[in-house]
Write a protein that binds this ligand. Structure first.
Ligand code: ADP
Ligand code: MG
Length: 685
């Protein structure tokens, strides 16, 4: 597991180090030299005594003890080298750049296992194989370029793909994004993305650790670990953004053909990220922009002032922010008038604050000061300032940097003229600043970060759930769909209220029970799974004759084993359900029932266990929430009860993980009650 020998080695040996910098073994050595690695550096190469000016050993026997080995030799030679170094040279950290392991063949997988075994034996650490390496402020242990700026307050970045890691760094660097550490985990033979995150959590030091973590994941292998440590880090004040590739079906195929990653169901990933408080991104550009937003002061409210010397970008930014639920509030009143006096004629302060193409550094300073001190309702500023190339703008960016140091409100710089004022932007970035070259990309990231949920509270365990009864029913049932009586018993045991119902097998029985329940009633076939589709549900039955007629008709339908009678209820149709997701546990789903679920696919999913709060926000996040709440004088649904049912389902599947899938569709809800009228439960032991 991750150790000091990896993070801050006193010595490094490059196994397969070469003079040819177009080879990994040559390039990684060059990077270490270019990065002025301060410790001892050696090469192991059977043909050389010196490589790039570094002492090379022809065989390991002469080599002194060394903390870290970086291997760039053919896979088949790796186990033996690792063995010698681990056993004889006290080497406790290994980075294996070489490919040809489990990603390639059975044989490769065997080699990989051997290596892990040897390293585990000495309690050592292995990064890779099949990766680009590792980077931090102490050394540049990668065979790729570019090497980004490395500093403790930069981002910790963990990537499941080496090439993608390079591209993500390349996306971040021109913006000014720096890194604290970069882990390319390759085949994750010993250490995967989740394990690194665990380490970052357990070793987190509020005084020195970076607060921004970025992940690129192709396959979530240990969802529990990811959830636990991501939530924990976020609770400690960190921000995490992640790309999980391979969500769509075509995407899954791509991931499979890549490092043999299998895509896990995307909905579960989404639910996991939301529960942990991870901001999910879908592109490199988005990931590095969200990271850049994280590196600024926190946006604490909705109100943004857009400060610009050009109209177009301000309009585009206004659109994206307000579509995303942020606001560009109008600025007016005596203080606004006083600000306007300081600007050139024709300027506008109403927000966007436009100080025209002739805008100066001094004017920008006045505007920022007013937004910071006079306009209390403003929570953040975006400053858009480029150049048509007529004169330099060093003074403007210098002022911007100074104001960013002193202002309490976040200021996001949009410096679009990456060609016209390239030097000015470079000078700005050299101060440790970040640039958002595109205002819309920034706007989308801001919206995303602003709406990102906090890590979910622990699930609620309800006391009135009949554990024993639930286990009994599961034990005595066989795989497949449960019969209505069993479904009813399970829902009862879980405290989920459902309508009264009876199953009858004769015409006389039907009439008697219908009268007992009181008209109007509903009759349904028992047996077939989808009842309406085959004419197996009749609503609003009001007379004895109707009951008799329907009984005679329905009992003839194929596979029908009896007839279910329920009172006819009214209410808004809701949906609640659960689905087992391999490795992730159960997803709990909710939505509006009936056509909403089928046509509009308006469902929200969360990972069990749920808290009442989380269940409540699932309901509020539905597109059709307005209907749940009640629209235009129409009564809504008792949200508290609906949320409680979701929590009860979450409790139920915890006690009975054998529930493979269940759905209650619909529940009928009004202000007073939410009652199940149709439920299916399938178990798989
Ligand atoms: P299935 O889903 O197998 O077709 P349901 O039992 O869900 O059968 O019934 C179909 C529809 O009939 C429901 O979506 C609901 O609109 C309505 N319905 C079912 N039971 C009742 C009831 N007791 N009161 C009022 N409407 C009902
Ligand atoms: Mg139904």
């Amino acid at each position: 597991m991750i150790n000091q020998q990896l993070l801050k080695p006193s010595g490094i040996v490059i196994v397969g180090g070469s003079d040819d910098v177009r080879k990994p073994g040559g390039k990684v050595l060059k990077n270490l030299l270019d990065g002025f690695f301060p410790g001892d550096l050696y090469v192991l190469n059977p043909k050389m005594d010196e490589v790039q000016g570094v002492k090379s050993f022809r065989d390991p026997s002469g080599l002194p003890d060394v903390d870290l080995a970086i291997l760039a030799i053919a896979a088949k030679y790796c186990p033996e080298t690792v063995r010698v170094l681990a056993r004889e040279k006290n080497t406790r950290a290994f980075i294996i750049l070489s490919a040809g392991f489990s990603e390639e063949s059975e044989e490769g997988a065997k080699l990989e296992n051997q290596i892990v075994e040897i390293i585990d034996e000495v309690n050592g650490c292995l990064i890779g194989p099949n990766c680009i390496g590792f980077l931090n402020e102490h050394y540049h242990g990668v065979f790729t370029t570019p090497v980004p700026k490395l500093e403790p307050e930069g981002c910790d970045f963990i990537s499941g793909s080496g090439a993608t890691a390079v591209f993500i760094m390349e996306s971040g660097m021109p913006k000014g994004l720096s890194f604290s550490s970069v882990y390319s985990v390759g085949n994750s033979a010993q250490i995967g993305v989740e394990d690194v995150l665990k380490y970052l959590d357990e070793s987190f030091d509020p005084a020195t650790s970076s607060r921004v973590k970025l992940l690129y994941i192709e396959s979530v292998e240990k969802p529990d670990l990811l959830l636990k440590h991501a939530s924990s880090l976020i609770q400690k004040g960190c921000k995490i953004a992640a790309i999980k590739a391979g969500g769509s079906e075509a995407g899954s195929r791509a991931a499979t053909s890549h490092t043999g990653a299998l895509a896990s169901s995307d909905m579960a990933v989404d639910a996991l990220f939301r529960k942990a408080g991870i901001v999910r991104c879908f592109s490199r550009e988005e990931l590095t922009t969200v990271a850049s937003v994280f590196k600024h002061k926190e946006l604490k409210g909705k109100n943004v002032a857009i400060i610009t010397h050009a109209g177009g970008p301000a309009v585009m930014l206004t659109d994206v922010l307000s579509n995303g639920g942020l606001e560009i509030p109008e600025i007016s009143g005596p203080k606004a008038d006083r600000l306007l006096e300081k600007l050139s004629p024709g300027s506008s302060v109403s927000n966007p604050i436009d100080f025209l193409a002739t805008g100066t550094a001094e004017q920008l300073g006045a505007i920022i000061d007013a937004c910071e001190h006079d306009f209390d309702f403003i929570d953040a500023m975006v400053v858009i300032f480029g150049s048509p190339g007529l004169f330099p703008v060093f003074d403007v960016y210098e002022l911007l940097d100074k104001k960013m140091q002193t202002c309490k409100k976040p200021i996001y710089p949009v410096l679009p003229s990456v060609i016209n004022v390239k030097e000015e932007i470079e000078a700005f970035l050299a101060k440790g600043r970040i640039n958002f070259p595109d205002e819309v990309v920034l706007g989308e990231a801001l919206v995303k970060v602003f709406h990102a949920p906090a890590p979910a509270k622990p699930g609620d365990e309800l006391k009135d759930i009949n554990h024993e009864q639930i286990r009994n029913i599961i034990e005595e049932s066989r795989n497949g769909y449960l019969v209505p009586e069993k479904v009813q018993q399970l829902l009862d045991a879980a405290g989920i209220s459902q309508t009264r119902e009876v199953v009858v097998h004769s015409r006389e029985g039907a009439v008697k029970e219908a009268e007992n329940l009181r008209f109007p009633v509903v009759m349904k076939v028992v047996g077939p799974v989808h009842k309406s589709d085959i004419g197996g549900v009749v609503l609003d039955i009001n007379t004895r004759t109707q009951v008799e007629e329907e009984f005679e008709r329905m009992i003839q339908i194929n596979e029908v084993k009896g007839i279910l009678i329920q009172p006819m209820l009214s209410g808004i149709e809701l949906f609640a359900g659960a689905k087992q997701e391999p490795k992730f546990g159960h997803l709990i789903l909710c939505g509006l029932g009936g056509i909403f679920i089928e046509v509009l696919k308006d469902v929200k999913a969360s990972l069990a266990p749920l808290s009442m709060e989380e269940a409540g926000s699932m309901i509020k996040d539905l597109r059709g929430y307005g209907i749940v709440k009640g629209v235009r004088g129409q009564d809504g649904v008792n949200e508290e009860q609906f949320a409680e049912i979701l929590v009860r389902i979450s409790n139920l599947v915890k006690i009975a993980p054998e529930i493979y899938e269940m759905d209650i569709n619909p529940l009928l809800g009004n202000r007073d009650r939410v009652v199940a009228v149709d439920a299916r439960i399938r178990i798989e032991k």
